[in-house]
Design a protein around this ligand. Structure first.
Ligand SMILES: C[S@@+](CC[C@H](N)C(=O)[O-])C[C@H]1O[C@@H](n2cnc3c(N)ncnc32)[C@H](O)[C@@H]1O
Ligand code: SF4
Length: 365
């Protein structure tokens, strides 16, 4: 049996919950962590026989919200249980308020070789709108600490189309980020996710959204980042050559992956499942020797194909023309309207197409 090559571990804790975020997370209580970490290691142990990861991604939530000893316990435990001989990329997400030199050095020593840090903005007023727990100065100090600890592969997350944000503010955030020279920049357009405080304010008419405004900010993003030598290899992701996130590329290319921890998704062939999104229930089930799966489905071929097309179109590799056979008329239309370009038997989005990627992908569902 071929081993599963990609592992995701969900750490569902944050120092403070941001008002726009719908990832599964809870407010951190470091005193009740040991039971959870033991459950995670137990789940890992059960799955270890079918895992030989090339990429590992610790996401959240905020994995760095754990203390240095807690992270050390978890990572050491993982190293004992897993065959890491094929590992190339190990990413861990951090929040600038939870970075210390001691923690960063320990992570680096234990094999983490890529950090993804949520900066969102360098503008104090926008950090306040976003309810972020850190200042711009703290984010810059944390970035310097990561470099000092030896990390040479760092992603910074940014957000645009934030309420009250101007084009000048966004451009200043891009400039400041470029000046720091991270290997990777993720620039996300704010989504109003249901069950968030931002969504309520949006529904109440206090916040609004405009496709044209989002597109203007997105174009500014491409202009600045391309000029600075970052390749937009996926709609929201920009990297120095060779510094793409290989874990995410594997998702987008439809590879099998295993997700551990509450709310984590896994995909293996046509099977897809998700663990329960509840720390207590997850821990209790794992400790009792039961499965933590809360939902399972078999993805039929048509859905699988539609997903491959939608994800593929978001990347600069695009989609093999053969896959789009049943939609030849749509493809011809998008080519003639300048949304698609066809090169070496693959269809990719043009810049004009990237501005309306989600709408274009709907034609293939
Ligand atoms: C799980 S967080 C990881 C980093 C860490 N928890 C932090 O926020 O510092 C992943 C990223 O998703 C992005 N994000 C979260 N909610 C979003 C939303 N509603 N719209 C757009 N991007 C969002 C943010 O840029 C965030 O840094
Ligand atoms: S954006 Fe990051 S820190 Fe904020 S609530 Fe979401 S996961 Fe937690």
């Amino acid at each position: 049996m071929t081993p599963i090559r990609h592992l995701y571990v969900h750490i569902p804790f944050c120092l403070k919950v941001c008002p726009y975020c719908s990832f599964y997370k809870e407010k951190l209580d470091r005193n009740r962590m040991r039971r959870f970490l033991d459950a995670l290691l137990l789940e890992l142990e059960r799955e270890s026989a079918r895992l030989q990861p090339r990429t590992i991604f610790f996401g959240g939530g905020t994995p760095s919200a754990l203390s240095t000893p807690q992270l050390e316990y978890l990572l050491t435990g993982l190293r004992k249980r897993l065959d890491l001989s094929a590992l190339g990329e190990w990413t861990l997400e951090m929040n600038p308020a939870t970075v210390s030199l001691e923690k960063a050095r320990m992570l680096h020593d234990l094999g983490v070789n890529r950090i993804s840090m949520g900066v969102q903005s360098w503008d104090p007023a926008l950090l306040a709108v976003l309810g972020r727990v850190h200042s711009a100065a703290q984010a810059e100090r944390s970035y310097d600490i990561l470099r000092e600890a030896g990390f040479d592969n760092i992603n910074l997350d940014l957000m645009f189309a934030v309420p009250t944000q101007t084009l000048a503010q966004w451009e200043a955030t891009l400039e400041k980020t470029i000046a720091l020279n991270p290997e990777h920049i993720s620039a996300y357009c704010l989504t109003y996710e249901e069950d968030t405080a931002f969504f309520q304010r949006f529904a109440a008419g206090e916040y609004s959204q405009s496709k044209d405004w989002d597109a203007d900010l997105f174009e500014a993003t491409l202009d600045r980042l391309e000029a600075a030598g970052y390749e937009g290899y996926e709609i929201s992701n920009h990297a120095r050559p060779g510094r793409e996130c290989f874990h995410n590329l594997a998702y987008w290319e439809g590879a099998d992956y295993l997700g551990l921890g509450p709310s984590a998704f896994s995909t293996c062939g046509p099977e897809r499942w998700q663990n329960v999104a509840d720390v207590q229930a997850y821990t209790a089930r794992i400790v009792a020797g039961e499965s933590a799966i809360g939902f399972r489905e078999e993805v039929d071929e048509a859905t699988h194909l539609a997903e491959r097309i939608a994800f593929g179109l978001r990347t600069n590799r695009g989609v093999a023309l053969d896959l789009l056979g049943p939609w030849q008329a749509v493809v011809d239309e998008y080519l003639s309207e300048g949304f698609f370009i066809c090169e070496s038997g693959r269809i990719r989005l043009t810049r004009k197409g990237k501005l309306v990627a989600d709408t274009l992908a709907e034609a293939f569902v």
